[in-house]
Ligand binder design. Structure first.
Ligand code: FMN
Length: 387
């Protein structure tokens, strides 16, 4: 049964709804990519280059898409990816995502750049919570990690692909920044999206709450936050120190080569997240799907999660067949959030689960854990030069 908006049947439909509800500059922040945005196209093309190879006359009357991820059984191979400024899409957007994830039994990753604090989200949602770390300043990073530990977050994600901020030209053109800078253009944009404007006016401007409440707010750390720049000197020795400081599971995000995968595992990480940040950092990175199999081979028994460009259940199936253990949803669940809050997020998760289930039935695979590379093949006519 559908709980969302009538006539909305796919993530693409939710994208159209999100576009209608959000002011142009907020939708552009959600959607935009770095540089000429070719990374967005490459991410989708990479999924489309693969087709599914069905097996016939197998008993698929019962299907199972549950998986084991980092020692826990999940009903679906899905995780909600960390995204900053969720409060710009829906009031208390972080909580809406976390609650929808908890109800679906999948993990939610809270971004360092969230609009609700580590503690607020832990208090308001009871599912499996992960925390994503940006190292803006080392003192601050230490404090955030210890807060996530105290608040019982199970898994820490270190994001490694933001040594400097990506050049997102839509945001620059729109003057999109935190805090929002008032301008005539922004005012007209808001006024022409009254549903969004009303919730924005009644709930106030979203804040970067993790920094507002952080007890390590010495002047140096505050200056680093104000510069909105990462500590670009963070390297492998620092990852080893982070490993020592964090007792839970540790995943390294933004990895696109087998070489770096091995270094992450040598440094003590439990796994990697193959990701090009949804094309938001550098347009000319490999698409995750193109490097996934090689990375999975280099990771051995370690955990490989993948994101960037996932919009359909069939994408999830292709990624798992190529060696990923789970898939992170970025924009897909944000479209649901922007269109209809927690209900929209839950609906997107349900749609993708239904698509995974239908795809498994139609390719003759009764359990997602039985997928292997025999279920995917390069589409005829596409170049096979990438591996
Ligand atoms: C609006 C937005 C904000 C994001 N903020 C963060 C962030 O704060 N930290 C992070 O590690 N990744 C961030 N990401 C990247 C996502 O975690 C994920 O890698 C990406 O969205 C996957 O691509 P997809 O959106 O095509 O699924 C952000 C992505 C979007 C769309």
């Amino acid at each position: 049964m559908r709980t969302g908006i009538p006539g909305v049947f796919s993530v693409g439909d939710y994208r159209a709804e999100a576009r209608r509800r959000l002011p142009r500059m907020v939708f552009d922040y959600l959607e935009g990519g770095a540089d000429d945005e070719s990374g967005l196209r490459h991410n989708r093309d990479a999924f489309d280059r693969w087709e599914l190879q069905p097996r016939r006359l197998r008993d698929v009357s019962r299907r199972d898409q549950s998986i084991e991820l980092l020692g826990k059984r999940l009903p679906s191979p899905l995780v909600i990816a960390p995204t900053g400024l969720n409060g710009a899409f829906w009031p208390q957007g972080d909580l809406a995502l976390a609650r929808a994830a908890a109800k679906a039994g999948i993990p939610f990753a809270l971004s360092t750049a969230s609009n609700m604090s580590i503690e607020e989200v832990a208090k308001g949602a009871d599912g499996d919570l992960w925390f994503q770390l940006y190292v803006v300043h080392r003192n601050l990073a230490k404090s955030l990690v210890s807060r996530a530990r105290t608040a019982n977050y199970s898994t820490l994600i270190l994001t490694t692909d933001v040594a400097v901020n990506g050049f997102r030209e839509r945001d620059l053109r729109n003057g999109f920044a935190m805090p929002f800078k008032p301008s005539l253009r922004a005012a007209l944009d808001g006024l022409s999206h009254p549903r969004w404007l009303w919730s924005y006016l009644t709930n106030g401007m979203p804040q970067l709450k993790n920094f507002a409440t952080d007890d390590a707010s010495d002047t140096e750390s505050q200056a680093a936050v104000l510069r909105r720049q990462m500590d670009a000197s963070f390297s492998w020795d620092d990852l080893r120190r982070l490993r020592d400081a964090w007792p839970g599971k540790l995943l390294v995000k933004g990895i696109v080569t087998p070489e770096d995968t091995k270094l992450c595992l040598e440094a003590g990480a439990d796994g990697v997240i193959v990701s090009n940040h949804g094309g938001r950092q550098l347009a000319d990175l490999p698409a995750s799907m193109d490097v996934l199999a090689a990375i999975a081979d280099s990771a051995g028994a370690a955990t490989v999660v993948v994101d960037s460009g996932v919009r359909r259940g069939a994408d999830v199936v292709k990624a798992i067949a190529s060696g990923a253990r789970a898939v992170m949803l970025g924009r897909a669940t944000l479209y649901g959030l922007a269109a209809n809050g927690e209900v929209g997020v839950a609906d997107v998760i349900r749609m993708i689960k239904d698509e995974v289930d239908r795809t498994l039935a139609l390719i003759g695979c009764e359990a997602i854990e039985k997928l292997d590379r025999g279920f995917v093949a390069r589409r005829a006519g596409w170049s096979t030069s990438t591996f």
